[in-house]
Ligand binder design. Structure first.
Ligand code: ARG
Length: 721
């Protein structure tokens, strides 16, 4: 009896401390009315739930745009979008050359017809969402086998989304929520003509670079402008010169009023992935087996790219976007591991799990959940030694960028082998391959790729025990040469010399007279193939088993957790669907005796400024002058200009570019980062430490107006005071 009492004391204790957390949560817009409206009002929100999400009339959701990997918001009647500079970075980079260096110089369209095409970029706006759990799980229960379950879910979701797509009018997807316990349908209107409208020079848009990335205090003008184009009927259409700016249902007004600590703040957007219900063995797998390998291999690749980029402006432009994106992930994994250790996250989670299992075993609980966590630990145990093999195979073994041509050219190869030949199909495949290859080679440098391959294969040989190496890699280590460096270097030089994929000239020569035989004998193709076969035989089965086991365990664990914590309002993990998070403008204390203010000003830009043009902290002359003269115009507040600010909103990657709005749904900033002290935020929300870093919309307008003279764009917006 005493023991049980004790158990329940522990249970209650954890309920209060670990579950009842304000401001945490990425809420589904459709459910805001039921779950959040009251609490939002308490936080200071003046909007009704209907003004946020409504399928019968215009609402805030109609101005929230998914760019697939980022978020954007509509700020003019002509479909003008704000997003982050780092979200438009590839678009800016792709449109840049040594002659038109928009990365370094910025880009501002003075009229619609100067706006630049962004190949492949889409913009999706949510039309509606619907809970389809009952339909998807019809006929499925605890006795359904894993294979049947996955087939039945697959069939049902296919049918539901096909119907909702209305013959291609919409993009419709069914997404699982709560680890497969619930299912929701999302119907989007997806626009295919999105253009680049404006971007500051990267000395503003990426100010502070990778040094300041993931950090506060911040002084980055991380914004860019895009525009959605539609056909004459205001409907999605492929890029066409005579498409017209999209007329939106809702435009977010831009507020010049600012904010103070404690003010209501909310964000809507498309967070990519969180794993808030992760188990402690899952965390250990991430921390001890996955992150260290990614940190090491990403770090080496970044270092190698950087060397080549520093030596040649052309290479610097070619590899800027690839480098920024990998540097971002690399620093993320470092921060996550540091945080897991510093905040003692895993032992916290173990305590929660002990309480859960004690509940499951008690008379109040449910025996179905009693062994879930120990089964999870066993599954991780059986898999963890495979992880580095898998990561090295993909990140080191398959590090050759030129191998992307295999996929690009494979249809040509197949057509070339056909007897009798189908001349028309071959010509079509060739034209497609030619344009994809042009795009690829535009941002490809042979020497850079070669040096990456050398470094990666060297690490593969050094770090994976010889007996576990794929034969294709073991062969290199067994080759001629005094050292591994020499062996790898000789092998790689030959690989690059012999392959038809490692230069534009060689590839185009093949494409002019394609034959399947030389393609299939190509050393890059052969290497890739051997690695794929090794993976299929040696690694993939263990990985698939692990995934199947843990998918099931995660689902049942969360089902149990929701019963265990009946009084808590659960929200589903981020999965690139639209969410709303609300809270307040809020400072934080990152360490003992240190208090961070909740905003930064242009003073900090001057304090961080470096004269060296290649520095991450270089500031354009003109900006320095404007700041020194305090020429801030209507964007100033008490004579100073705020640059960035903090909220306690709950966001993650994918939310980048999201609108930060005040109590009236007006734009006060653009979300662009998370903070270093809360890098474990995707696994656990720490209310003391987790903050969203936003660029102040008045700094954005100041840059557009005073620095770039882009008054045409400022004038499109609805400014409020
Ligand atoms: N940390 C930001 C995010 O994940 C991206 C910042 C990009 N900037 C950079 N210096 N790489 O959304």
């Amino acid at each position: 009896m005493k023991k049980i009492l004790l158990t329940f004391t522990i249970v209650t204790f954890y309920c209060v401390n670990l579950f009842a957390i304000p401001d945490e949560g990425m809420w589904l817009p459709m459910l805001v009315k039921r779950l959040n409206a009251e609490d939002m009002a308490k936080h200071g929100c003046k909007l009704t739930a209907e003004e946020i999400y409504n399928i019968n009339q215009a609402a805030l959701k109609d101005a929230i745009v998914s760019l697939e990997f980022c978020t954007a918001e509509i700020v003019s009647e002509n479909g003008l979008l704000f997003t982050n500079h780092h979200c438009a970075y590839s678009a800016i980079q792709e449109n840049s050359s040594v002659e038109h260096n928009y990365l370094d110089d910025g880009f501002w369209a003075k009229s619609f017809n100067e706006e630049l095409k962004i190949p492949g970029q889409t913009a999706s706006i949510l039309v509606r969402m619907e809970d389809v759990t009952a339909q998807v799980l019809k006929g499925i229960d605890d006795n359904t086998s894993a294979a049947d379950r996955s087939k039945m879910i697959g069939d049902a979701t296919k049918e539901i989304s096909k119907k909702a797509a209305e013959d291609g009018k919409y993009k419709a997807v069914v997404k699982d929520m709560f680890n497969g316990n619930e299912f929701y349908l999302f119907v989007y209107e997806t626009f295919k003509d999105v253009r680049l409208v404006g971007a500051p020079p990267q000395s503003i848009g990426k100010f502070g670079g990778d040094t300041d990335n993931w950090m506060w205090p911040r002084h980055t003008g991380d914004f860019s402008l895009l525009r959605i184009y539609a056909n004459k009927d205001n409907k999605p259409a492929e890029y066409a010169a005579d498409n017209v700016p999209y007329k939106p249902k809702h435009v977010i007004p831009v507020s010049l009023k600012g904010y103070k600590e404690g003010d209501f703040a909310m964000i809507m957007g498309f967070p990519g992935r969180t794993n808030r219900y992760i188990t402690s063995p899952g965390m250990e797998l991430q921390m001890q087996y996955i992150n260290p390998v990614q940190i090491k291999l990403f770090g080496k690749r970044l270092e190698t790219w950087k060397k080549n980029m520093d030596a040649d402006t052309k290479v610097r432009i070619q590899y800027s976007a690839k480098h920024a994106s990998m540097a971002n992930s690399w620093k993320y994994y470092i921060g996550q591991n540091e945080g897991l250790e510093r905040l003692d996250v895993i032992s916290q989670r173990k305590k929660e799990e002990a309480a859960f299992t004690a509940w499951a075993k008690s008379s109040e609980g449910n025996a179905k959940y009693a062994d879930i966590l120990s089964e999870y630990a066993t599954a991780v145990d059986g898999y963890k030694d495979m992880v580095s093999q898998l990561l090295y195979l993909n990140l080191a073994g398959k590090s050759c960028e030129a191998a992307q041509l295999i996929r690009i050219a494979s249809r040509v190869k197949d057509e070339a082998a056909k007897k009798p030949a189908d001349a028309k199909a071959l010509a079509e495949a060739t034209a497609d391959a030619k344009s994809a290859a042009d795009e690829f080679f535009k941002d490809y440098d042979t020497q850079t790729d070669l040096s990456v391959v050398k470094e990666m294969i060297l690490m593969y040989i050094a770090d994976i025990p010889a007996a576990k190496l794929p034969p294709a890699i073991a062969k290199i280590a067994a080759g001629k040469g005094k050292s591994n460096e020499e062996k790898v270097s000789k092998w790689a030089d030959k690989l690059f010399e012999k392959s038809i994929f490692t230069s534009k000239e060689k590839f185009e020569k093949w494409l002019a007279k394609p034959d399947a035989k030389s393609f299939e004998k190509d050393p890059v193709f052969v290497l890739n193939n051997e690695l794929t076969q090794f993976n299929t035989a040696q690694i993939a089965p263990a990985q698939q088993k692990f995934m199947a086991q843990t998918d099931r365990l995660k689902r049942i664990y969360l089902e149990g957790l929701m019963k265990f914590r009946k009084d808590k309002t659960f929200y589903p993990d981020a999965n690139s669907t639209e969410r709303l998070t609300y809270g307040n403008i809020k400072s934080y204390a990152p360490a003992d005796a240190v208090n961070f203010n909740y905003y930064t000003t242009t003073d900090g830009i001057l304090q961080k400024a470096k004269k060296d043009k290649t520095s991450e902290f270089y500031v354009p002359e003109k900006l320095i002058e404007l700041i020194k003269k305090k020429d801030f115009g209507r964007y100033a507040e008490n004579g100073e200009l705020k640059v960035a600010f903090l909220t306690n909103n709950d966001i993650t990657g994918g939310n980048s570019g999201s609108p930060v709005m005040n109590d009236k749904g007006e734009l006060i900033g653009i979300a662009f980062d998370g903070n270093w002290e809360a890098m474990t935020g995707d696994l656990v929300f720490d209310p003391q430490l987790k903050r969203t870093i936003c660029v102040d919309i008045r700094y954005v307008l100041f840059i557009m107006d005073k620095l770039a003279g882009a008054t045409n764009l400022v004038n499109e917006m609805k400014l409020t005071n």
